[in-house]
Ligand binder design. Structure first.
Ligand code: SF4
Length: 428
């Protein structure tokens, strides 16, 4: 009943904002479809190897095996060439390397980056996700040599009981040492990922984690709740066990405590979940206006729609190395979609520039401005000269929308994509 109501509300909202012209269906791309020429885009590289598979993790990954790295690397190089031939020698305004655990295959990453630089014009930052268990002095040097400028460490928690709950098998000191090494490594920005709203987590645990990350030298902190994707082991575990995820009130209290701590310690909010200190460049994976995705399970956001690569590593390697498309699914954009998608991510940024809004939204701009005024009216936003900024309450509710979005859309799409390498149509 509750899910039915949520689905109805979601459908009504997206119809109201984006219009009836947008079909919310991913399907295999038509045989004669090819990407448009693109002047400027970001690039996402997915490295699908992990040493241990964490029970809560929804991402595309396989257990690390050295023998898989060479065919993966050949596939990624072929995929880059295919994109370069299709869209032309575009400017790549930023590169984000995620996974999986990219630090398990750093030689491969360095080779792939070299090919990206050879085929495109790279002008922006190169960001990478790192895992505490892999970071030592040698790895820090190799990251720098590969031209990485921004790093993020998946700390998640410094407390042993929370590390155990999320399936991390190292001691808390490992993450602290890794973070300190990265902070001294000469990168432009070092981000620490921390989780909140874990079962039995207290506010004092969260503020202690934040303080620990600060002491280790993190100049950006990204906090996020555990997404309980139903198909992950944690999703099953929670259904079968007595463990209860904290409810809305506790989650809100944690979020308020994080905001208060960050404000007291000079970290300004740069997104719903992210805080950074000083003038360092912002580390961010998801708010780019457009990107091409390399690797199994990687998504692409083009001017004319979303694409999703096959999630199956073998199928992806086979297709890429045979010169065939690795794209399993595509959702074309109706005219209005690109503008509303831009606004969704600016709201996620918690700061919406109004001049740009008028340009990007076009005829829908007055409708968007009306909604921003309504948000300001109920205390979720504040209007400044030239931009609108979300308040803490607005950011919290945006965080719930994101949670809902992640669970509903991403779960539906990824469940199908994980079930078969080349799914048929998926309605979200
Ligand atoms: S959370 Fe990170 S390390 Fe754990 S399985 Fe997922 S991608 Fe791998």
């Amino acid at each position: 009943m509750r899910h039915g109501l949520a689905r109805l509300l979601t459908r009504s909202a997206r119809r109201y904002f984006v219009g009836a012209g947008q079909r919310w269906v991913f399907a295999p791309p038509a045989p004669d479809w090819s990407p448009p020429r693109i002047e400027r885009t970001a690039l996402y590289l997915h490295v699908p190897f992990c040493r241990n598979v964490c029970p809560y993790c929804p991402y595309t990954k396989v257990p690390y095996a050295a023998a898989l790295v060479a065919p993966y690397t050949r596939g990624a190089l072929a995929e880059i060439d295919r994109w370069a031939d299709a869209i032309g020698p575009a400017e790549i305004s930023s590169i984000y390397i995620g996974g999986g655990t990219p630090t398990l295959a750093l030689d491969s990453v360095a080779g792939i980056l070299a090919r990206v630089r050879a085929r495109f014009r790279v002008t922006g930052d190169v960001c990478i996700e790192t895992n505490p268990a892999d970071v030592d002095e040698a790895v820090v040097g190799r990251l720098r040599d590969a031209g990485i400028t921004l790093v993020s460490l998946g700390v998640q928690s410094f407390r042993p009981e929370h590390l155990a709950f999320i399936g991390r098998r190292y001691e808390q000191s490992v993450a602290a040492r890794a973070l300190a090494l990265l902070a001294q490594g000469g990168f432009a920005s070092v981000n620490a990922d921390l989780m909140f709203a874990l079962p039995n987590q207290q506010i004092s645990d969260i503020t202690a984690d934040l303080a620990h990350a600060e002491q280790c030298g993190a100049n950006q902190i990204t906090t996020y709740p555990l997404f309980t994707f139903p198909y992950t082991t944690v999703g099953e575990y929670l259904r079968l066990s007595d463990v209860r995820m904290p409810g809305l009130r506790v989650r809100h209290a944690h979020y308020r405590a994080i905001n208060a701590w960050c404000a007291q310690h000079g970290y300004e909010r740069v997104s719903v979940w992210g805080f950074k200190r000083g003038g360092v460049p912002r580390y961010s994976s998801v708010t780019r206006d457009g990107y091409i995705g390399i690797g199994p399970g990687a998504g692409s956001h083009l001017p004319d729609g979303f694409l999703l690569n096959t999630f199956d590593l073998d199928a992806w390697i086979c297709a890429a190395n045979a010169g065939r498309t690795t794209i399993a699914l595509r959702m074309p954009f109706a005219d209005a979609m690109a503008g509303w998608w831009w606004l969704y991510w600016r709201v996620y940024d918690t700061r919406i520039p109004l001049d740009e809004l008028d340009k990007v939204l076009g005829k829908d701009a007055p409708k968007a401005r009306r909604w921003l005024r309504a948000m300001a009216h109920i205390g979720f936003a504040v209007q400044h000269a030239g931009y609108v900024e979300l308040t803490e309450a607005g950011a919290f509710w945006m965080h719930l929308v994101q949670n809902h979005f992640a669970l509903r859309y991403v779960n539906t799409l990824w469940t199908h994509a994980r079930r078969e390498p080349w799914p048929q149509a998926v309605a979200i």
